[in-house]
Write a protein of this length. Structure first.
Length: 283
């Protein structure tokens, strides 16, 4: 606990079994097999107006994904007619943002007794699950994730109420794009937020504030073996590099908010819905 409070992150190796990891991977294969490719990915770009509609379509697709299971693709995997240049299962970047609510395997993992016990050890009194994602980090094309703080996207008053659970479903190495952190960077607050844009704006979200320049030499890599769990404080600065290796780096991640004495920003892209209020972590 003291290490987590000091660094803003913590690795718990072997938190999940190989069988649990394999069950998540096999479940996601079934989900991909039944995947309907979103219409906005099939748009043929020609006029500027069509491009704008396409962008708007994809933004709505993102904005309304908080209570659904939706599919997001790597850049450059579609031709100008919206056809896949590589097999669809190799082109997908992530699936989000409500696997924890709609899929029995991911629900079981998210609310597993060991996760609940960990929440209690961390002193969480009324934790709720706000989102979940399956991240593929595909071989050769898995894009980099630039330095960021999760609280930029999931803002609470007060700060310090967001916690990420990141599960390595296969070994995460420096070669295939493991996480990197700046230890202790969770104590400086945030300088940038992603908020919903006013209606009529050209994009559905916008950034307010400025992104500080981070010193690359401050980041340390965090390789994790399959089954390892990384706890991520909402304000710790972290990133991952492009996966240029021949092996994927699958991970399942979800975010929890301590709801006691906390307000969720109405400006966040992600909002609870009548169909899916944020479920309690404790069952």
């Amino acid at each position: 606990l003291s290490q987590f409070h000091r660094d803003g992150f913590l690795v718990l190796e072997g938190f999940f079994s190989a069988e649990e990891c394999d069950s998540m991977r096999s479940q996601i294969q079934g989900i991909i097999a039944g995947m309907e490719v979103p219409p906005h990915c099939r748009t043929e770009f020609s006029t500027r107006e069509q491009e704008q509609l396409q962008a708007q379509g994809s933004s709505d697709y993102f904005l309304t994904s908080g209570d659904k299971i939706r599919f997001f693709f790597e850049k450059g995997v579609l031709d100008e007619k919206g056809n896949f240049l590589i097999p669809k299962e190799k082109s997908i970047s992530k699936i989000g943002h409500a696997l924890h609510a709609h899929d029995p395997i991911f629900k079981q993992i998210t609310h597993s007794s060991k996760v609940q016990e960990l929440g209690r050890k961390l002193g969480l009194e009324r934790p709720v699950v706000v989102q979940s994602m399956y991240i593929f980090k595909q071989p050769g094309i898995g894009g980099e994730v630039t330095p960021h703080q999760d609280a930029t996207f999931l803002h609470t008053e007060p700060l310090g109420r967001i916690l990420g659970f990141w599960i390595a479903l296969e070994d995460a190495t420096q070669e295939n794009g493991c996480l990197w952190f700046i230890p202790g960077s969770h104590t400086n607050g945030i300088t940038r937020r992603m908020v919903r844009a006013p209606s009529g704006a050209s994009t559905c979200v916008e950034f307010v504030g400025s992104e500080p320049a981070y010193d690359d030499s401050q980041f340390i890599p965090l390789p994790v073996k399959k089954g390892g769990l990384v706890l991520i404080h909402g304000e710790v600065v972290h990133k991952s590099e492009l996966n240029s290796s021949g092996s994927s780096r699958h991970a399942f991640t979800f975010h929890v908010m301590e709801a006691k004495g906390t307000s969720w920003s109405k400006e966040n892209w992600l909002q609870p819905t009548p169909e899916l209020p944020f479920p309690s972590l404790y069952t």
